[in-house]
Design a protein. Sequence first.
Length: 139
Amino acid sequence: MGLIVDTCEFVDLERQGGTPATIIHRYATHQDYGVSTMTIAELQHGVRRADGERRRRFREQFLRDVLKSFPIYPLDSGIALRLGDLDAELQMLGRKRQIPDLIIAATALELGYEVATRNVDHFSHIPGLRIATPLPIVS
C-alpha cells in the first residue's frame, strides 16, 4: 500500500527538529511514499513566513530534504477530475472541505494510496479515503 503524506506531518516534524526520513519510520508498513504538489506549496509558504533567518534556513533545508526523499505527484487531469467530484459531492452533503486538503485527498485516491495525517477531521468524511495509522513509537 502506498502513502501520500499530508503537510501537517512534515510541519510537526520540522517544529520538533526532525527530518523527513522520520515519516518512513513512522509508517514503515507502507511500501511507497509520496507527496502532493500542494504539500510542497504549503511547505514553501512556511519557508517564506519563517520568523527569522535561522528558522528560514532550517525550513529551506527541510523542504530540500522532502524534495529529495519523496516522489512529488503533480495535479494532473485525473487528480483534478477527482478533486472536482470530491468538492461537489462534499458540498452537496454539507461537508465542505478546504481545497488544499481535497487536492491531497484526490491525489491519494487517484493513486489508490492512504493519507498520513494528524488532521483526521480534515479527511475523515472523504468517501473512499483511507487514513494511515503510524506505528507506535518505541523508546
